[in-house]
Design a protein around this ligand. Structure first.
Ligand code: CO
Length: 459
C-alpha cells in the first residue's frame, strides 16, 4: 500500500523557517490545489500559529481555521496540541482543555496530534478524553530523543500505553531532527510488530538526514510521513513533498498523488517563499544543513537561542563550554527531551552553570518548578544531589500537575463579558490573556484606530 502524506507547509514549515509569520492570506493562496492533490491530511493549525496570529499578525486564529475549512472540501485538517499546555506554555485547567478541544473540532479540525514534552501521558489524559468525546481522530505523538532511558523498548512501552489510552494513531515526533536512518528502521519495525495502529513520522531536515531517515522508515513500514511543499521545505523544515512523491513513484510505496496539482500548488507557494525572503523573515541560513545538531543532539532553535544568550552577555567565546554542559544538565534533570519548554530551561541552566562559575548556583524559576514536579515526571530520576542543592527539602508533587488547577472558563467568561463575544474569544483570552485582550479591544474599536492614524498622518 502507498505511503500517505501530511502537508506541513501551512504550520510547521513556516513555523520552522520563518517564525510562524505566514499570514492567512498566504495560507489560502494555494489551498485549493493542495486540497485536490490527494494528501492524507493537512497540518494547518496549532503549535505556535495561534500565538503568532494574535501577537504578530493581528489575526484571529479561529477565523483562519474557519476559512481554511471552507476551502478544504476533500482533505482532513490536522493540528498540533501540547497536551495540557494546549497552544501555550503552561498547564491549563481541565475545563479549558476540554472546551478548547471541543471548539477546535467544531471549527474544522479532524485530527489532533497531541504530545507532552516529557512523554508523561497523564498530561494528555484530559485532551485525549475530550478528543474522543467530541468525535475527533486522536493521534498521540511520542517526543523522540536519545538518552540511556529512551531506548526502543521505552518507545514500544509508551506506544502500548498510548494505545490503551485511546489513540487512533501514533506519531514519532522527532522535533530536533536527530533520528538516524538505522535507528528509525529499528524503532519502526519494533513499533509495527507491537501495535497495529497507523504510524506517522515527523522530522526536520536541519541535520541533513531526514530524507534518508524517511526512506528507511518507509522500508520499515511507516504509514504516513510529514512533508512540506518544496518552497517551504528543507533546512529547519520538513523534506519536500514533490521530491518524495517522485522518489516513490512506481514503487510499492507510491502514494498515488496528483503531481500536476502539487506542481501548481508549489508554483503559488513560491510567491510566498519570495515574499518572506524579500522581507527578511526567511533567513537563507535556515536552509543550510547543520550537522552540529547531530553532534550535540540539540534542536536548531535551541542552538540559535544559546548563541543569542551568550552574545547578549558578551560571552560568545564560551559557546563550546556551554554546549558541553548541555548534556550534563540534561542528565542531572533526568534526560528530558529537548522540546519547548524543556529546551529553553536546559539551555538557560547550562548557560548559568558556565557563566556563574558554579553549577546550579543560579537556577531559573522554571527549573525549580520542574524539580518540584509541576511539569510531570522526568523520564529518569533527577540527580538527588542536584535536587537537594536547588530545592532542598521543599515538597514535591507526584500527582498530575493540572489536578491543582481550579476551573477557569466560566470565570473568564464573566470577567470579560463585555469583550469576548464567543466562547472562542474566551479561549483566546484563557491561553494568552494580555495578547488576546489587546487583540479583541483593537478589533472592537477599529474606527478609533483609523482616526488616530489620520491625525498622525495630518501632522
Ligand atoms: Co516539527
Amino acid at each position: 500500500m502507498g505511503v500517505k502524506f501530511v502537508e506541513t507547509s501551512l504550520r510547521d514549515g513556516h513555523q520552522s523557517l520563518f517564525a510562524t509569520r505566514m499570514t492567512t492570506e498566504d495560507v489560502l493562496l494555494a489551498l485549493e490545489e493542495i486540497d485536490k492533490a490527494g494528501y492524507h491530511a493537512l497540518e494547518v493549525w496549532g503549535g505556535a500559529t495561534f500565538d503568532a496570529c494574535l501577537r504578530f499578525l493581528n489575526e484571529d486564529p479561529w477565523e483562519r481555521l474557519r476559512q481554511v475549512r471552507a476551502v478544504c472540501k476533500n482533505t482532513k485538517l490536522q493540528m498540533l496540541l501540547r497536551g495540557q499546555n494546549l497552544l501555550g506554555y503552561k498547564h491549563y485547567s481541565d475545563d479549558i482543555v476540554e472546551k478548547f478541544v471541543e471548539k477546535s473540532l467544531a471549527n474544522g479540525i479532524d485530527i489532533i496530534r497531541v504530545f507532552d514534552a516529557l512523554n508523561d501521558l497523564r498530561n494528555l489524559e484530559c485532551a485525549v478524553k475530550a478528543i474522543k468525546k467530541y468525535g475527533g481522530h486522536c493521534q498521540i505523538a511520542m517526543s523522540y530523543t536519545t538518552s540511556p532511558v529512551h531506548t526502543v523498548d521505552y518507545y514500544v512501552e509508551l506506544a502500548k500505553k498510548a494505545k490503551s489510552m485511546g489513540a487512533d494513531s501514533l506519531c514519532i515526533k522527532d522535533m530536533a531532527g536527530v533520528l538516524l536512518p538505522g535507528a528509525a528502521y529499528e524503532l519502526i519495525t519494533r513499533l509495527k510488530e507491537n501495535t497495529e495502529l497507523p504510524l506517522e513520522l515527523h522530522s526536520h531536515c536541519t541535520g541533513g538526514i531526514a530524507e534518508m531517515t524517511y526512506l528507511k522508515a518507509i522500508e520499515a513500514g511507516v504509514d504516513i510521513i510529514d512533508t512540506a511543499l518544496s518552497p517551504i521545505s528543507g533546512g529547519t523544515s520538513q523534506p519536500a513533498t514533490e521530491s518524495f512523491v517522485y522518489a516513490l513513484m512506481g514503487t510499492e510505496h507510491d502514494p498515488g498523488m496528483d503531481v500536476g496539482m502539487l506542481e501548481r500548488a508549489a508554483e503559488k507557494m513560491r510567491k510566498v517563499q519570495d515574499k518572506y525572503l524579500e522581507n527578511g523573515l526567511l533567513n537563507p541560513r535556515a536552509l543550510f544543513t547543520n550537522p552540529d545538531i547531530l553532534k550535540y543532539q540539540i534542536p536548531g532553535g535551541m542552538l540559535s537561542n544559546l548563541l543569542n544568550q551568550l552574545k547578549n552577555q558578551g560571552a560568545l567565546p564560551r559557546l563550546e563550554e556551554v554546549l558541553r554542559e548541555v548534556p550534563n544538565v540534561r542528565r542531572d534533570l533526568g534526560y528530558p527531551p529537548l522540546v519547548t519548554p524543556l529546551s529553553q530551561m536546559v539551555g538557560t541552566q547550562a548557560v548559568m552553570n558556565v557563566l556563574s562559575g558554579e553549577r546550579y548556583k543560579l537556577v531559573p524559576g522554571e527549573v525549580k518548578e520542574y524539580l518540584r514536579g509541576y511539569y510531570g515526571t522526568s523520564p529518569a530520576p533527577v540527580d538527588p544531589e542536584v535536587k537537594a542543592k536547588i530545592i532542598g527539602s521543599e515538597p514535591t508533587i507526584d500527582y498530575r500537575p493540572a489536578d491543582d488547577l481550579e476551573p477557569q472558563f466560566e470565570k473568564l467568561k464573566e470577567k470579560y463579558r463585555d469583550l469576548a463575544e464567543t466562547d472562542e474569544d474566551v479561549l483566546s483570552i484563557a491561553l494568552f490573556e494580555n495578547v488576546a485582550v489587546k487583540f479583541l479591544q483593537n478589533k472592537k474599536q477599529p474606527q478609533l484606530e483609523v482616526v488616530e492614524f489620520n491625525l498622525y498622518i495630518g501632522r
